[in-house]
Design a protein around this ligand. Structure first.
Ligand SMILES: Nc1ncnc2c1ncn2[C@@H]1O[C@H](COP(=O)(O)OP(=O)(O)OP(=O)(O)O)[C@@H](O)[C@H]1O
Length: 351
């Protein structure tokens, strides 16, 4: 649905150059909620603004719904009109709502339709329909100043949907909201994604947002995407920083000469007594150092950190048994200088 190739943005100001995006290849599938996470300055805002060409990239391409946006605009009236038309199918929601305080809620939602020269009666009908969809049917005549933060963001979302977009871009839409309101806005975005088949790209610096609604995620650092994939793929990637942060499992080994492994359970494997089978089959004492269950991307996932007696080399067979059961096993500590904490054995273990 959205693809960028080699997307680069260099800002030049006062003789200085800042590379905000450094060759970003992004791939967002139709109908998914895709989260881009990263620390301040990583390039998230620049990326999302390049997706609808609010910001023109220095080089690279942006394709949305099969249309190369970078080929549009900047080339005379017809090209600019084509870019405006393409943009009307991409809605955007902002952190600080960007509502016009002198207009009623309904008039704010109608604004993009006015720009598209939709007749007054159709505009009103559409705006009221959208306000109903976001749960604000009774606030049509109110002014933004009379609304709570969450209600203002609902108006922002209704306005973003006015042009019947296929894609919704959300620029830190919940950063200015309290946790409960954040949850209700995320639920609304998820409902809209499912009801309307809307593809949602959101940027955030909060892992909880990704955890709550995203099907896929990308981690940005220094203008680059350093990891991306579906939540399940990320969880199955040994050493993935996103997986570790999405689903941390703690627990320190207190004894010497032991092997510590993180075991991730997905789907059927989560309901089988694999650890007790392991203990019985190999007659090993398994200590559980930490464990957690969570729902990620709408699916139940379990993680457990366990400790086996002996060094990694002595535990190759039991670890192989766990992998044969369809579990993902990451060796955290093999208690030897050359313990394969980040080496091919873990890659083999990726399911
Ligand atoms: N208009 C601009 N002119 C010059 N430099 C800019 C401009 N916009 C952004 N930058 C720089 O580009 C880099 C990426 O900024 P960007 O706002 O995209 O990051 P971000 O991940 O969204 O951060 P935040 O979460 O703080 O908004 C930063 O170093 C920033 O200072």
């Amino acid at each position: 649905m959205i693809t960028t190739t080699g997307l680069t943005k260099v800002y030049r100001s006062g003789g200085r150059e800042v590379t905000a995006l450094d060759g970003v290849d992004l791939h967002v599938r139709e109908g998914e909620v895709y989260g881009v996470i990263g620390q301040s300055g990583a390039g998230k805002s620049t990326l999302i603004r390049c997706l609808n060409l609010l910001e023109r990239p220095t080089s690279g391409t942006v394709t949305v719904a099969g249309q190369d946006l970078t080929a549009l605009g900047g080339g005379g009236q017809r090209a600019n009109a084509a870019l405006r038309a393409a943009r009307s199918h991409i809605g955007m929601v902002f952190q600080h709502f960007n509502l016009l305080s002198s207009r009623t809620v309904q008039d704010n939602v109608e604004l993009p339709l006015e720009i598209l020269k939709v007749p007054r009666r159709d505009r009103a009908r559409k705006a009221l329909e959208l306000l109903d969809l976001v749960g604000l049917a009774d606030k049509a005549k109110a002014y933004p100043g009379q609304l709570s933060g969450g209600q203002k963001q609902r108006v922002g979302i209704a306005r973003a949907l006015a042009g019947d977009p296929k894609v919704l871009l959300s620029d830190e839409a919940t950063s200015a909201l309290d946790p409960e309101t954040t949850r209700s806005i995320l639920t609304l975005l998820r409902d809209l994604n499912q009801q309307l088949g809307l593809t949602v790209v959101l940027i955030t610096h909060e892992m909880d947002v990704v955890k709550t609604i995203c099907d896929s995620a990308a981690l940005m650092k220094g203008g680059r995407i350093v990891e991306q994939g579906t939540v399940a793929e990320l969880l199955a990637t040994p050493g993935s920083e996103l997986a570790r942060e999405l689903f941390p499992v703690g627990g320190e080994s207190l004894a010497e000469g032991r092997t510590v492994v993180d075991v991730t359970f997905h789907g059927d494997a989560a309901t089988r007594p694999v650890i007790s089978e392991l203990a019985r089959t190999y007659n090993v004492d398994v200590s559980i150092l930490g464990a957690a269950m969570d729902t990620l991307g709408g699916k139940q996932v379990g993680r457990m950190r366990i400790e086996l007696p002996g060094r990694f080399e002595e535990n190759v067979v039991p670890i192989g048994f766990l992998r044969e059961q369809g579990l993902q096993v990451d060796v955290v500590d093999g208690a030897a200088d050359d313990a394969p904490t980040t080496t091919p054995l873990q890659k083999e273990g990726a399911q």
